[in-house]
Design a protein around this ligand. Structure first.
Ligand SMILES: [Zn+2]
Length: 325
């Protein structure tokens, strides 16, 4: 997945390049927007270009200078990437102390010391507070890039001290063309884009054979449930072990489409099941469907919490089945 910036990121690229060219680059940028738009790849590409000793005319890194070589090798002395130790873990205050120490030192090669925090919403409250002082009184050479899918999770005091670069999905021909070329299958690409809310890199995940198989199986189970071919308890036991964020995303998308039909809107995320969803949507209790969606969204926050998922899932399936009738 090369060729960053991607075709749907040209406005954002022009924005940061203009800041750089005009010498107006702030000390902190907040890169935010839907997951799957390639914000992290964009950030890395931009950072390499800021550090590059021979930027090209259109602002890209040359890829050949000493700085670029060190950056690509992951050993650039003026760049630090800060992430949680593992997903679902917070970024702690120790990591922020380390980055503060890093930023006060003089640059080794060019004029900048750069830190990328990804995902910035993983900063816990102590870490975010500790970062504030650096955002208020940064060293002149410091540049921070905070990358997040969920900017609202960050304290307003942190957000307000960063210049915002917002990424949006774009339903434009260049985006489709990129995905058609990448996947080599227009039908698959269109379906994946619809499921991914037009976030192309998420669409790439949704076009994966394993994902497609899981989704097909999951939807078949939901259909069996609605036809009373399987009981909520049996289904819940089958599923509880393999329940993850991706499975719940599939369920959420399914319910949202039923709600859309019940509210007089079209199927958006599951166009391949259009007729089934229309039939469900016209016969469902929409308020109860909203309750199902709330429960499913809540379950996503409880993954890995030690909660008895089989029990919760059974409750969810009972509620879902009742909402259909
Ligand atoms: Zn270079």
């Amino acid at each position: 997945m090369t060729n960053v910036p991607y075709p749907w990121q040209t406005n954002e690229w022009d924005q940061v390049q203009a800041l750089l060219d005009q010498g107006r680059l702030p000390h902190a940028l907040l890169l935010s927007g839907l997951s799957g738009l390639g914000k992290k790849q964009f950030a890395l590409h931009f950072i390499q270009s800021v550090l590059c000793e021979e930027r090209t005319g259109n602002g890209h890194a040359c890829g050949a200078c000493r700085s670029c070589q060190l950056f690509v090798a992951g050993t650039h002395p003026d760049f630090l990437s800060v992430s949680p130790e593992s997903s679902n873990k917070p970024i702690r205050i120790d990591a922020v102390r380390k980055l503060i120490d890093f930023l006060v030192l003089s640059p080794s090669l060019k004029s900048r010391r750069i830190v990328m925090i990804h995902p910035a919403d993983a900063l816990n409250v102590f870490a975010a507070n500790s970062l504030l002082k650096t955002l208020e009184e940064p060293a002149s050479s410091a540049l921070l890039l905070l990358v997040t899918d969920r900017p609202v999770v960050l304290p307003p005091t942190v957000r307000s001290r960063c210049q915002s670069v917002r990424f949006s999905p774009r339903v434009q021909s260049e985006t489709r063309e990129w995905l058609y070329k990448y996947l080599g299958d227009k039908k698959k690409a269109d379906l994946a884009l619809a499921q991914a809310h037009y976030a192309p890199l998420t669409a790439v995940e949704y076009a994966d054979e394993g994902y497609i198989k899981n989704r097909t199986e999951l939807i078949a189970l939901l259909l069996n449930l609605s036809k009373d071919k399987e009981s909520p308890g049996v289904l819940a036991d089958k599923w509880a072990q393999s329940l993850d964020m991706s499975a719940l995303n599939i369920i959420n998308a399914w319910i949202r489409d039923i709600i859309r039909i019940g509210s007089g809107v079209l199927v958006v995320e599951n166009p391949d099941y259009n007729e089934t969803i229309i039939a469900y949507g016209q016969n469902s209790n929409i308020q109860k469907m909203f309750d199902c969606l709330d429960l499913s969204l809540w379950l996503q926050t409880q993954l890995g919490s030690g909660l008895n998922m089989a029990l919760q899932l059974e409750a969810f399936f009972i509620r879902y089945r009742a909402a259909l009738k």
